[in-house]
Design a protein around this ligand. Structure first.
Ligand code: NAD
Length: 497
């Protein structure tokens, strides 16, 4: 059985903890590896390594840091197929989808290659007579990232390329369910010329996370995962005086207006609801059918959900792969049971799917509910599986209110042909990422990613300009040269004359 270790100071690191976790291939249901679960000592060792690397890395000109980033980009491209297959084998998503998610991560590396431009700062000559003022952004020190299972490459890559390009050093704690991709990325980064200790990976669960929270030498923590853990990270990191951004769960709505191109909406919804088996923070899990569109919409959706091609991620014909673990599969099925008990109408039932040759894999079919009410648990909670709920509303105002009243605020989309409806919706909706005729409105690398309400605790989104702000602190320098310095002491508040 393979053993997945940590990666510290440029090489594999065993640590002193004897604890391990199991990693599965979700398509076969078989265990593929054991992963080391770090103790707080192990985590502290990685932080020491990152502290030692900081001085020299942060002093390197940004251009030199970006040259390493360019090389890293090339190596990711060269090893694209291998990295994609690692994602498929531990997460389960289908190959093309895994490739897409890795591309999204690569785009952040590409953005980080231009870091010199982003760290340029601002300069004002003569803010007062013979006085100049300028501002610079300097790195924070050691930063840490804690990431979820559903994007084993992309979500870590929202964080560490930005932090490292800005001159910080980094300790990543990926999900213990699919850790191999992070280790491979760390190896490639060293091959690209990154000095040892700048990027470290520690595998583990709660003990490693708590060690991050309690380590006084970590300046900033980026978290992505479920809302209860995001809140825990946010509160405790803030208590320990760290900078923190903690992205949480979601319940994304798709508003379908009666005037829309219905086939375009249905196709968009199929990918957004059932792609990656619904295990995406930007998955669509609620369709808000407005006015008289509902019957036809449900009919068209049902037809497509019934013929979804479900299978292992490496099979080119598969449109949807398995769920991450047996426990998660059971949790999703339980939600479907609850929905039926609550009185929602189950139009397509995927609970009983049995895939020939893969009967131990963590597969289920797509499920479609109609007549879901906002009081129901299946409407209120994040299911994180291939289950789509249709809520029927009378008009646009009711749809907007429904979206805005939900506790989560990650993503939303609207399908309409009317510009005024689209504009009013995007203006009034209380959600961080909005799509107009776009089912999964994930911002590209040079914009920033993040939700509102209980989908994000903290005030900076991930990557893009917000990432640069998060991983640097602002310093403003004001200066005056000889003639001014030789003046008499002044005891009043300085004003610029
Ligand atoms: P999770 O919250 O269970 O785990 C996330 C991370 O926290 C993992 O590294 C895990 O080891 C750690 N962790 C888990 N339990 C912990 C505990 N009790 N104490 C300390 N650390 C703990 O999330 P997950 O199941 O891996 O991922 C799915 C969730 O992530 C969903 O809710 C999804 O919406 C969310 N997500 C959000 C975004 C976003 O951008 N908002 C993106 C991807 C995933």
């Amino acid at each position: 059985m393979d053993l997945i270790e940590h990666f510290v100071s440029g090489k594999k690191f065993s640590g002193n903890s004897k604890n391990t976790g199991k990693v599965f291939n979700p398509a076969t249901g078989e265990q593929s590896a054991e992963v080391k679960l770090a103790s707080s000592d192990d985590l502290n060792k990685a932080v020491e390594s990152a502290i030692n690397a900081f001085e020299s890395w942060s002093n390197k000109p940004a251009l030199q840091r970006s040259r390493v980033m360019f090389k890293f980009k090339e190596l990711i491209e060269k090893n694209f197929d291998e990295l994609t297959k690692i994602i498929v084998s531990e997460h389960g998503k289908v190959y093309e989808d895994a490739k897409g998610s890795l591309t999204r991560g690569l785009e952040v590396v590409e953005y980080a290659c231009g870091i010199s431009q982003m760290l340029k700062g601002e300069f004002t000559e003569n803010v007062g007579t013979n006085v100049d003022s300028w501002s610079v952004r300097q790195p924070l020190g050691v930063c840490a990232g804690i990431t979820p299972f559903n994007f084993p490459a992309m979500v870590p890559m929202w964080m560490f390329p930005m932090a490292i390009a800005c001159g910080n050093t980094f300790v990543l704690k990926p999900s213990e369910k699919d850790p191999s991709c992070s280790i491979r990325l760390a190896e490639l980064f060293i091959e690209a010329g990154l000095p040892k200790g700048v990027f470290n990976v520690i595998n583990g669960g709660k003990e490693a996370v708590d060690a991050i929270i309690n380590n006084k030498n970590i300046s900033a923590v980026s978290f992505v995962g479920s809302t209860p853990i995001a809140k825990y990270i946010y509160e405790n990191c803030a208590k320990n005086e760290k900078r923190v951004q903690a992205l949480g769960g979601a319940k994304n709505h798709c508003v379908v207006m009666p005037d829309c191109d219905l086939d375009q909406a249905v196709n968009g919804l199929m990918g957004a609801a059932y792609g990656s088996a619904g295990e995406r923070c930007m998955a669509q899990s609620v369709v808000v059918a407005v006015g008289n569109i509902a019957d036809l919409l449900v009919k068209k959706l049902a037809k497509k959900v019934e013929i979804l091609k479900i299978g292992p991620g490496l099979d080119k014909k598969s449109e949807m792969g398995p769920l991450i673990t047996k426990e998660h599969l059971q949790k999703v099925k339980n939600y479907v049971d609850i929905g039926v008990k609550e009185g929602a109408k189950l139009i397509v039932d995927g609970r009983k799917l049995n895939l020939q040759g893969f009967d131990k894999g963590f597969f289920m079919g797509g499920c479609l509910f109609d007549h879901v009410e906002k009081s129901m648990k299946i409407y209120k909670e994040e299911i994180f599986g291939p289950v789509l709920s249709v809520v029927r509303v009378k008009n646009f105002d009711e749809a907007l209110k429904l979206v805005n009243d939900h506790e989560f605020g990650n993503g939303v989309s609207i399908f309409t042909r009317d510009g005024d409806t689209g504009r009013t919706f995007s203006n009034k909706v209380k959600i961080g990422m909005v799509g107009i005729n776009i089912p999964i409105p994930v911002p590209v690398a040079f914009h920033s990613f993040g939700g509102w309400k209980r989908s994000l605790f903290g005030d900076q989104h991930m990557h893009g300009p917000e990432g640069v702000r998060f991983y640097t602190k602002l310093k403003t320098i004001t200066s005056k040269w000889p003639s001014g310095l030789r003046s008499d002491p002044e005891f009043t508040m300085p004003t610029m004359k």
